[in-house]
Design a protein around this ligand. Structure first.
Ligand code: AMP
Length: 204
């Protein structure tokens, strides 16, 4: 399939970043600008935990420890979400994939329907900066995985498991790194420019 044919199905964008890099906020901006749903695996897990579903109960211990929820749970959940009607004209994935195995799984799941993604954005920030941001978020949102030891562990997990995956995307020339330092608006301006340069913004 040519990239033009893929474009006709709407943009598919991935956003990655260490915990606290601000990707959730920017995901909302991207979703609005491109008129595509933002699909966040973390948000789906949190919603399931709040609703007390079996999926939520299975995810909780991993999330509270700052560990990844196993692929056997996460991968089929993402696949089912991508089959929903609102994801047929493009979507933004926030927080998935996070490991090279998930990246392969996603590649194969998209290939089954003749799709591929257009762009991977990685929002990068310095580790000390994110620890501070997350401790502030803990005060506001009260997330159970925003305690300092768990935050540090999530950052280590990102470094060990997600950074190697970022290289996989860089090798395919699909990766654009965004400096995540600064205000939400400053970071958004950088992202907007990249979306524009990749012709992903809706015409007119
Ligand atoms: P996030 O909201 O993206 O920071 O994710 C919060 C937590 O949800 C993570 O620390 C993991 O426990 C879990 N989680 C989110 N996305 C994934 C994923 N792609 N694979 C495994 N676990 C995930």
């Amino acid at each position: 399939m040519t990239s033009q044919e893929a474009d006709q199905q709407g943009p598919i964008v991935l956003i990655l970043g260490a915990p606290g890099a601000g990707k959730g906020t920017q995901a909302k901006n991207i979703s609005k600008a491109l008129s595509i749903p933002a699909i966040s695996t973390g948000a789906i897990f949190r919603q399931n935990m709040a609703d007390g579903t079996e999926l939520g109960n299975r995810a909780k211990a991993y999330m509270d420890a700052g560990e990844f929820v196993p692929d056997a749970v996460t991968n089929p959940m993402v696949k089912a979400r991508l089959e929903a009607p609102d994801a047929q004209n493009g979507f933004l994935l926030d927080g998935y994939p996070r490991t090279i195995d998930q990246a392969y799984y996603l590649r194969d799941a998209l290939a089954e329907t003749g799709r591929d993604f257009d762009l991977v954005l990685e929002v990068s920030v310095d580790f000390d900066e994110v620890v501070e941001r997350l401790l502030k978020r803990a005060e506001v949102e009260g997330r159970s995985d925003d305690t300092e030891p768990v935050i540090r562990h999530r950052l280590e997990v990102y470094h060990e498991q997600t950074e190697p995956m970022v290289t996989y995307y860089a090798d395919q020339d699909k990766l654009v790194q965004i400096d995540g330092l600064g205000t939400v608006d400053e970071v958004w301006d950088r992202i907007y420019k990249v979306l524009d340069e990749h012709n992903l913004l809706p015409q007119n």
